[in-house]
Design a protein around this ligand. Structure first.
Ligand SMILES: Nc1ncnc2c1ncn2[C@@H]1O[C@H](COP(=O)(O)OP(=O)(O)O)[C@@H](O)[C@H]1O
Ligand SMILES: [Mg+2]
Length: 580
């Protein structure tokens, strides 16, 4: 089982100095309690309680009685340093695990996030990473310490028993120690299944939490307060039940081991009676025997801890080892500035196996084509456009830019050549200025203002008391839909990339602002290869080429005049909107 954790012990490597210090302190603490106390019973008691004892000098008496506090000082300080160092190692390890997890989330394909929910991923990155950290540090701390103090105290028992009475006493006192393995194994087996279940249920609870927080408006608009609370409470109860089941077995371990140890003591007592063992020898033996059950209990809970860790490890690895489908190939070529010639070569695409969303689409767009995509909703227009920045890769066929397969172009270069304005845009909870700047980090304030003016955003930005320094709120919550769209367009202006994708980019604007932005867009599109998806036909009439999508296929292509004359689907879509 410990083999499963082996790759992750590498997280401990940079902390090995601290870890070794922690383990040494742990061993010292173990020695102090494992051997120090029985030794005290053996050496101190006889002197104090011996009936024939000579009167002790004050000096001797002090030395003897101070043995007890001395043992406890050593034990206390060593235990403190051990836990402190281990915690320190733990926090650093946790940071490293969490960072790796987060880094991985940045490069996973979008499809991954459609299969995994936000809350569950949050829970994996926080709770499971935390659990793995606890497991790794506990294992690292105990894996040497507990066996060492177990061997120490058993050695002491064996030695004392042997010198006092011979092999027979050794066998009697230690006979039941191996029996402790039974409850450890039994409990461990019960826990393995349940540990993963707890973490999954925790993910479920986090999920409802995060979903609820992202739907605050809907909850109020549809009176969902009670329903949501009930849903949360149900998930919460399930989690608690899973935790209780885990605890039921986990907490049984210590009492079981203690019962076994009591049986061991009873046997020793019986034997002591038969062989007339001296009282002080017996007490020494019992203390040492009892001390040796401490590390056994530790090893047992270590076993439990590993089961817990395995559950989390599985959940972390589902992310850490998820394939990164969209990544630079070994032969990825740089592409500083694209001309913008796009070719779709028999492209098919499906989000889920078997349900094709794009069917064998071929198309050539010379650089500088302004191309509009129309068709009923669900026809595949957005999907088609999303293949260009490689948000998804085609299932079959290929997409080419300037004659290069997109998969042969460095991903960062490809995306630098594309500006995307989509309908569901997200702003970061930062200033307006910084939100615009991400489109071109090296831009000056003047560049940003020019872009904002072009997108008719400058005036409303200036009307805020803080102007460009206004914080937009989470996802841009403090702005209206139309304002957000103008900022998105301003980003596109600022980016000034040779390829421009506008997916319902003006849908949230009122018709007056849209008319103004149409003018701006006319300037923006000049010389660029443009894919424009718009629900208003006024936007697309001037396109050099219009593609009509239906059920994942391009059913017609041409200019507005040609299509309106010859294409029934186009004509019906167009006429319905014109109200004729
Ligand atoms: N992330 C997704 N996962 C699964 N199916 C999707 C996803 N996005 C879109 N679809 C499906 O793919 C089809 C095309 O969607 P889309 O390209 O968004 O259409 P359009 O933009 O033309 O309205 C629809 O049937 C839609 O249900
Ligand atoms: Mg769409």
């Amino acid at each position: 089982m410990i083999r499963r954790f082996r790759p992750y012990f590498s997280y401990l490597r940079p902390q090995r100095g601290l870890l070794i210090a922690a383990i040494l302190c742990g061993i010292l603490a173990g020695l102090a309690s494992g051997a120090g106390l029985p030794y005290m019973v053996k050496k101190v008691f006889p002197v104090i309680f011996a009936p024939q004892a000579l009167p002790l000098s004050a000096w001797e008496l002090a030395l003897i009685t101070l043995w007890i506090p001395a043992v406890f000082v050593v034990r206390g300080v060593a235990t403190y340093l051990n836990t402190y160092f281990i915690q320190l190692v733990g926090t650093r390890v946790l940071e490293a695990i969490r960072l790796d997890f987060f880094r991985k989330l940045q490069i996973l394909p979008l499809s991954f996030f459609q299969k995994n929910s936000t809350g569950d991923l949050l829970s994996r990155g926080l709770a499971d990473a935390n659990q793995l950290q606890v497991t790794l540090t506990t294992v690292a701390n105990e894996i040497v310490k507990s066996p060492a103090s177990l061997l120490g105290s058993i050695g002491f028992v064996a030695y004392t028993a042997y010198t006092e009475q011979g092999v027979a006493l050794v066998l009697v006192t230690l006979a039941v120690v191996p029996l402790s393995v039974l409850p450890i194994r039994y409990v461990g087996k019960k826990l393995i299944k349940r540990a993963g279940q707890i973490q999954a249920e925790l993910g479920g609870v986090t999920d409802i939490f995060s979903e609820n927080l992202s739907a605050t408006k809907e909850v109020r608009a549809f009176n969902l307060e009670a329903r949501e609370t009930a849903r949360f409470s149900r998930a919460s109860q399930t989690l608690i039940r899973a935790q209780m089941k885990f605890m039921k077995y986990e907490k049984a371990l210590t009492p079981l081991i203690e019962i076994i140890s009591a049986v061991g003591i009873a046997f020793t007592l019986l034997y002591a009676y038969k062989v007339h063992l001296a009282q002080d020898t017996f007490i020494t033996l019992i203390t040492a025997l009892y001390a040796s059950y401490e590390p056994i209990k530790k090893l047992g809970s270590l076993n439990n801890e590993m089961k817990r860790g395995l559950g989390s490890l599985d959940r972390l690895e589902a992310v850490l080892q998820a394939p990164v489908a969209i990544i630079d190939g070994p032969a990825a070529q740089p592409l500083p500035v694209a001309r913008g010639e796009l070719t779709f070569d028999r492209v098919s695409f499906a989000y889920t196996d078997g349900e094709s969303v794009l069917k064998n689409v071929s198309l050539h767009l010379p650089a500088g084509t302004v191309c509009a995509l129309v068709g009923p909703s669900g026809a595949g227009k957005s999907t088609f456009a999303n293949l260009v920045p490689r948000f998804f890769d085609p299932v079959a066929g290929r997409v080419l830019l300037d004659g290069h397969d997109l998969r042969a172009i460095r991903l960062a270069d490809l995306r630098r050549n594309i500006a995307v304005v989509s309908q569901d845009l997200v702003l970061f909870n930062d200033t307006i200025f910084n939100n615009l700047l991400i489109a071109r980090p090296e831009a000056t304030l003047a560049d940003v203002e020019t872009a904002a003016r072009a997108a008719f955003a400058h005036d409303f930005i200036r009307s805020f008391p803080d102007g460009y320094a206004t914080i937009v709120g989470e996802r841009g919550a403090r702005l209206s839909g139309g304002q957000k769209q103008r900022l998105a367009l301003a980003r596109a202006f600022l980016r000034n990339a040779p390829i421009l994708i506008l997916d319902e980019a003006t849908s949230a604007l009122d018709s007056e602002s849209e008319a103004a932005i149409q003018l701006a867009l006319k300037k923006l599109v000049v010389g660029k290869t443009v894919l424009i998806i718009a629900h208003r036909f006024s936007t697309i009439r001037d396109a050099t080429k219009i593609l009509v999508f239906d059920q994942g296929e391009i059913v017609a292509a041409g200019t507005h005049a040609e299509l309106h004359a010859n294409q029934p689907l186009y004509r019906s879509l167009y006429d319905r909107q014109q109200g004729t």
